[in-house]
Design a protein around this ligand. Structure first.
Ligand code: PRP
Length: 209
């Protein structure tokens, strides 16, 4: 069973309410995704390995630490783009490898339309970014792709997950850690998370029809 961490923090609860609210504008929605992604990022990287270095302050040598792993941010287009900037703020040297996927509206299965992962060595830690885990199909496809690339440490960062999709991902990938702000109970007949927050991609990019 993959390890699940659900953030318990008053700021997470506060911003989650804003994200869910149908009255929240796209601009505020984007800003809120950014805040929650930052909090998810802090939690999800709490055990990244570091190596000792010495830096010179203006006064003296100071024993310090720096990250000792190559980190890759792997946003699932489109909605995952909303999590890239805050994660990049936290890990400025991270590589960004986009995976383009959309859900077929009839089958709810992910359809891949962009994948330029390189042949060369995989990153040490891959952070899969997508604000929503509904059926789990998109995340499963992204995780499978990172496993094929050879990423040894895969972590999923998602704002809201639906219990059925989460169960599926956890059962299938026992070595993948999942970090979420909320777990919602169900999916509706269109495979949307309920109560959820609607379509994150459309709300981030102001493309609601
Ligand atoms: C949404 C969402 C996830 C996916 C979740 O993307 O952003 O990527 O669906 O569903 P799943 O867990 O059932 O796969 P969508 O297909 O709406 O594309 P978009 O991000 O371009 O809006």
């Amino acid at each position: 069973m993959g390890r699940l961490s659900q953030l318990s923090h008053p700021l997470v609860a506060h911003h989650l309410a804003t994200m869910r609210d149908e009255k929240t504008s796209p601009a505020e929605f984007r800003a809120t995704v950014n805040r929650l992604a930052m909090l998810l990022g802090v939690y999800a990287t709490a055990d990244l390995p570091t190596e000792p270095i010495t830096v010179k302050t203006p006064l003296a040598d100071c024993p310090s630490q720096k990250l000792s792993v190559r980190v890759g941010l792997v946003p699932i287009l489109r909605a995952g783009l909303g999590l890239v900037e805050p994660l990049h703020q936290l890990i400025p040297d991270a590589e960004v490898w986009h995976l383009g996927m959309y859900r077929n509206e009839e089958t709810a299965e992910p359809v891949s339309y962009y994948d330029k992962l390189p042949k060369r060595g995989a990153v040490d830690v891959g952070l899969v970014l997508d604000p929503m885990l509904a059926t789990g199909g998109s995340i499963r496809s992204a995780v499978e792709r990172l496993i094929r690339w050879g990423v040894p440490d895969i972590r999923v960062l998602s704002v809201i997950a639906a219990q059925p999709g989460l169960d599926r991902v956890q059962a299938e990938f026992p070595n993948v850690s999942i970090f979420v702000c909320a777990v919602d109970p169900s999916l509706n007949e269109r495979q949307f998370i309920v109560p959820g927050l609607g379509d994150a991609g459309d709300r981030i990019f102001n493309t609601l029809e």
